[in-house]
Design a binder for this molecule. Structure first.
Ligand code: MSP
Length: 538
């Protein structure tokens, strides 16, 4: 089914601390997905934001001796700044402490309660206050006892006996299983789909959705019992709908919701799969709402020893033997927005994990951008300035389209074809692989034909111009194909390669679209090589 519009989201980030490179990864991945859709002319809405309620935020505020809202304001601003520095083009930024969001959560809770999908029951078992999660005896025993099964090294659990409100999640287990099995609700990649189906096989319990206000006050109060606040995840998940006008009385907002829901892709990390692939769809079923089309669970950026970056174990706390983890500010300082985006967008196939350190980022950026795209653009435009007076010579009628010449055209066409296929594949690494092949094909072509030698004789000059023209035309398509990843450099490169006016993918993606006589720009130095001395020492 052709996509006529595309609604993509990131998880909303906890504001208990400042953003790190892992958050930047998710934001850039979603931004690049939005960018490819926009490039193809598909109407796109890209939502991100911050998750501001709950224990983590309440505890961090207490540790810093500030009011929770003040901490939220400060941290939300850091997340907003980071998006700007990364040149992320989100259409909206939702904060869960905004009235437009809390009003929706309150209405949803009241409705679920009124429908009988939320009930009061006695609870006796374990609770991890820091993770805000209830655990069964079995969970805690399997872990060894006394510690949080999720993060045993960090948190203990406490024994609780109290009344709580539950959501009848178990009631929707069969419908959920069917929706996932039939891909009506797609969980991607396949291994994550199997993980969720395996989880469902063990039997789905009901979900405790209340937190006693005596322990946790920083949340949305339950509208039917003010001794409790809402569990932070139930609150947070509804951001995907509150931000587009869900349950709004206003007609325009109502239409906005109808236009964008259901979401096409929720981009998430694999750590929050259950909440998105089990809690969220069952809550939507209970509310009689359509399910998102896809949850895409990506892997983690790891340190050189395989440890996940996190706010509790973050940059700077590097254990002995672990290479220093680049901070997101450090990456941006050294590699700029485009270099950082390139590394993040190409870091891993969504789904896999990858370890990274300064050397890995530097090599990736130097190989692909400085030596690859950047050097090719620079060389070709220099040659064009000398041999073609800085004007595009046109592809020309050439009887002798040899194998390497045809490969240059085919590789460029394959790269823009990968862009056209993007709404189906959502695979940035496939586009990047095609672009790398295209750059290699140009390099081989130049090596074969040696236009720098051909230009030295009158007989050779026409052939040199054809070689330069085919290479430039191919490069133009390759640049177009990576535009969503490299928004800053693309504008310069596009003008240097002769394109003017508004960007029009349908026209510009045709090999041969650049007219003969188009004025080329000066050779840009888009991606200077990053030397080892630019990397902060450990
Ligand atoms: N607030 C919840 C999400 C609620 S969505 C309704 C949350 N926030 S978080 O700030 O802890 O993490 C958000 C996301 O950051 C993770 O799901 C993941 O996408 C990303 N990452 C955090 N650490 C990461 C890595 N080390 N590597 C890659 N992504 C990582 O969970």
């Amino acid at each position: 089914m052709p996509n006529t519009r595309f609604y993509v989201t990131t998880p909303i980030y906890y504001v208990n601390d400042r953003p790190h490179t892992g958050h930047a990864y998710t934001s850039v991945l979603a931004d690049v997905m939005a960018g490819y859709h926009r490039l193809l002319g598909i109407d796109t809405w890209f939502l991100t934001g911050t998750d501001e309620h709950g224990q983590k935020v309440q505890d961090s505020a207490a540790e810093r001796d500030v009011a929770p809202q003040a901490l939220c304001d400060e941290m939300a601003a850091h997340f907003g700044d980071l998006l700007e520095r990364l040149r992320v083009r989100n259409d909206d930024f939702v904060r869960t402490t905004e009235p437009r969001h809390t009003a929706v959560v309150t209405q949803v809770l009241a409705e679920l309660h009124a429908r009988g999908d939320v009930y009061l029951d006695h609870y006796e078992g374990w609770y991890c206050a820091r993770c805000e999660r209830y655990w069964t005896d079995r969970d805690v025993e399997e872990q060894g006892g006394g510690r949080c099964p999720d993060q045993p090294e960090l948190h203990g659990v406490e024994r609780l006996a109290e009344e709580n409100y539950y959501f009848r999640m178990s009631k929707y287990a069969d419908r959920l299983r069917e929706a996932i099995e039939t891909d009506v609700f797609r969980v991607h990649p396949e291994k994550r789909k199997n993980e969720v189906l395996g989880f469902l096989k063990k039997g789905l319990t009901d979900l405790c959705i209340s937190r006693n206000r005596e322990r946790l006050s920083w949340g949305v109060p339950l509208p039917f019992d003010d001794k409790y606040v809402c569990y932070v995840w139930v609150d947070a998940l509804f951001n995907y709908k509150s931000a587009i006008g869900y349950l709004a009385a206003d007609d325009a907002e109502h239409e906005r919701h109808a236009r964008w829901w259901p979401a096409d892709v929720h981009v998430i990390g694999k750590d929050i799969l259950t909440t998105h692939a089990v809690y969220w769809p069952t809550l939507l079923m209970a509310m009689g709402e359509a399910l998102p089309r896809m949850v895409l669970a990506h892997g983690w950026l790891l340190d050189s020893r395989g440890g996940k970056l996190s706010k509790t174990k973050r940059e700077g706390d590097d254990a002995e033997g672990v290479l220093p983890v680049p901070t997101i500010d450090g990456l941006l300082d050294v590699f700029g927005a485009d270099g950082t985006r390139w590394f993040l967008a190409t870091a891993m196939k969504p789904g896999d994990d990858t370890a990274f350190d300064w050397t890995i980022v530097r090599e990736r950026v130097n190989t692909d951008l400085a030596n690859g795209l950047g050097n090719t653009a620079n060389r070709l435009l220099k040659m064009a300035a000398g041999a073609c007076d800085g004007v595009f010579p046109g592809l020309g009628e050439d009887d002798d389209v040899g194998e390497t010449q045809e490969r240059v055209r085919a590789a460029a066409v394959a790269a823009v074809d990968a862009v056209r296929a993007f709404p189906e594949t959502l695979d940035v690494t496939a586009v990047v692989a095609a672009v790398r092949s295209g750059v290699a094909a140009i390099s081989l072509f130049l090596q074969d034909e040696k236009p720098w030698k051909l230009v030295k004789t009158d007989d050779g000059l026409p052939r040199a111009r054809i070689v330069i023209a085919w290479s430039l035309e191919s490069l133009r398509l390759l640049a177009l194909a990576v535009h969503p990843i490299l928004p800053e450099s693309f504008a310069t490169l596009r003008t240097a390669l002769g394109m003017t006016g508004d960007l029009d993918f349908a026209r510009e993606s045709q090999f041969g679209a650049l007219p003969e006589g188009a004025r080329l720009g000066a050779p840009p130095n888009l991606f200077p090589r990053i030397g080892a001395d630019a990397i902060p020492s450990a």
